[in-house]
Design a protein around this ligand. Structure first.
Ligand code: ATP
Length: 234
């Protein structure tokens, strides 16, 4: 469903060039839950950003649901982004002056969806993530875990095929992390494809497929590999 073929990415800052992604090949099937695990600076965010059409590769082809992304113009790309991809970030990125309900509804603001349907969808998501009683709260009045659940609801409101989650529990305590992971797992069981970047092996272990990113190179890993390397009992 998503296919990277020889995709690379480098960044140029004045005369410094950083090769964030070496040419990589990757196929993601619909319904997968993949963790990208690796140390800081290894290229996880860059990879998610390329997959999420937030960064343009320097070489190679990216085929998204049968469409070669490099042949799309900006408008077509943004339509694909808005319809098919939901983004979840470590620091939530909620709009501080808007309540939870309005934050979740935001991606639908400029859609042609009827207001009744919009309302129904937002309330359905509030219920699904356990925030029905907090609809009128501002983000600052919520815990980190609740803010991330609101951000996940916002990512889901367009019913995207794919959720990209970049260190979704990076700012959360253990309990909230577990709740957010449980929510992502449920969404995956309901059919949403989830691509998550993490430093955390315990979290990676909860996904169906683990890919290590190191120096811009990806490697499929089975968890036994990590367990023996890091001295963890599975
Ligand atoms: N916009 C940018 N301009 C210049 N260099 C960048 C840019 N974005 C990323 N890089 C570099 O690309 C490399 C990969 O960065 P990336 O953020 O993808 O790593 P990461 O694995 O997500 O790290 P972290 O876990 O710390 O978020 C790093 O060397 C980083 O400094």
């Amino acid at each position: 469903m998503l296919e990277l073929i020889g995709v690379s990415k480098n960044f140029r800052d004045s005369d410094v060039i950083t090769q964030a992604l070496q040419p990589i090949d990757l196929t993601v099937q619909l319904g997968e839950f993949i963790s990208f695990i690796g140390p800081s600076g290894s290229g996880k965010t860059t990879l998610l950003n390329v997959l999420g059409l937030l960064e343009t590769p320097c070489s190679g082809d990216y085929v998204f649901a049968g469409k070669n992304v490099s042949t799309l113009n900006d408008k077509e790309k943004s339509r694909l982004r808005n319809r098919e991809i939901g983004y979840v970030f470590q620091s939530f990125h909620l709009l501080p002056d808007f309540c939870v309900y309005d934050n979740i509804e935001m991606p639908l603001r400029y859609s042609k969806m009827h207001s009744n349907l919009r309302r129904k969808r937002v309330w359905g998501l509030l219920e699904q993530v356990g925030l029905s009683d907090f609809a009128k709260y501002k983000p600052s009045q919520l815990s980190g875990g609740q803010q991330q659940k609101a951000a996940i609801a916002r990512a889901l409101v367009t019913e995207p095929a794919v959720i990209l989650a970049d260190e979704p529990t990076g700012n959360l305590d253990l309990n909230s992390s577990a709740e957010v992971m449980a929510l992502l797992t449920t969404l995956n069981q309901q059919g949403t494809t989830i691509l998550m970047a993490t430093h955390n092996l315990d979290l990676a272990q909860q996904s169906k497929r683990v890919i290590e990113v190191r120096d811009g190179v990806i490697k499929e890993r089975c968890l036994v590999h990590y367990a023996s390397r890091w001295g963890i009992e599975l």
